[in-house]
Design a protein around this ligand. Structure first.
Ligand SMILES: C[S@@+](CC[C@H](N)C(=O)[O-])C[C@H]1O[C@@H](n2cnc3c(N)ncnc32)[C@H](O)[C@@H]1O
Length: 207
């Protein structure tokens, strides 16, 4: 099985209970979205959008003249996002079921949201494909889990165990943001969840 197939298999199990399990992290999601500084008319990309829990706040921020683009590789998660879109009838949203490594976006985005998409941020081909299609100078916001500093030793069993059911690359949590940061002109990072999480925002280099 490829890493993508293993991820799809995991989310086959998680899809049903995903929205309920994500309720308590909604304030963190909204804080991450706020770092995108979205303006009416912006095009924003929701990366690995899951069940579409970020669609409503992103659409609110870009207004009727803006657009939300989104993709998700798990058919089970994407099916729930489709239900959400059908129920709400949002006209200015484009989304598809596709992997980050090969997805083709219909237009360049002004802002990119990486919310809890660890396997994507740790896959060079995925990061390359997405950043190649973004507008130069695009704003970026990221959030996810990370390891505590190395000197905390066995404490890192906790983030690893929490991540393992969801992420294929759970052992690679020292600096999950670094591939994106390397492509940014500016980048700010802070710890969340007592050091077991991070929230970051930056601006893509223009060349
Ligand atoms: C923890 S969920 C987060 C979903 C959503 N971003 C949210 O904030 O609710 C991680 C998502 O990334 C998706 N994913 C993982 N690897 C992917 C890839 N290579 N391409 C597209 N989606 C991927 C998973 O299927 C899953 O839906």
């Amino acid at each position: 099985m490829t890493p993508n197939e293993r991820s799809i298999e995991r989310y086959r199990r998680h899809a049903v209970g995903y929205d309920a399990s994500a309720t308590r992290t909604m304030p963190l999601r909204l804080r991450t979205i706020a770092f995108l500084h979205l303006q009416p008319g912006d095009v924003v990309l929701d990366i690995g959008a899951g069940t579409g829990l970020s669609y409503a706040p992103l659409l609110d921020a870009v207004g009727p003249g803006g657009r939300v683009l989104a993709f998700e590789q798990s058919p089970d998660m994407h099916a729930r996002a489709c239900d959400r879109v059908r129920a709400a009838g949002w006209p200015n949203l484009w989304h598809t079921c596709a992997p980050a490594e090969t997805v083709q976006l219909p237009e360049p985005a002004d802002a990119l949201l990486f919310n809890y998409v660890h396997d994507i941020t740790r896959t060079p081909a995925a990061v390359d494909n997405l950043l190649r299609q973004a507008r130069p100078g695009a704003r970026i916001a990221m959030a996810g889990m990370k390891f505590f500093p190395w000197w905390t030793g066995p404490l890192n069993l906790l983030p690893w165990l929490k991540n393992r059911p969801y992420n294929v690359r759970a052992a690679d949590m020292w600096s999950p943001w670094d591939r994106v940061k390397a492509r940014c002109a500016s980048f700010h990072l802070e710890s969340t969840q007592w050091g077991m999480g991070y929230i970051a925002h930056g601006v893509l280099r223009t060349a």
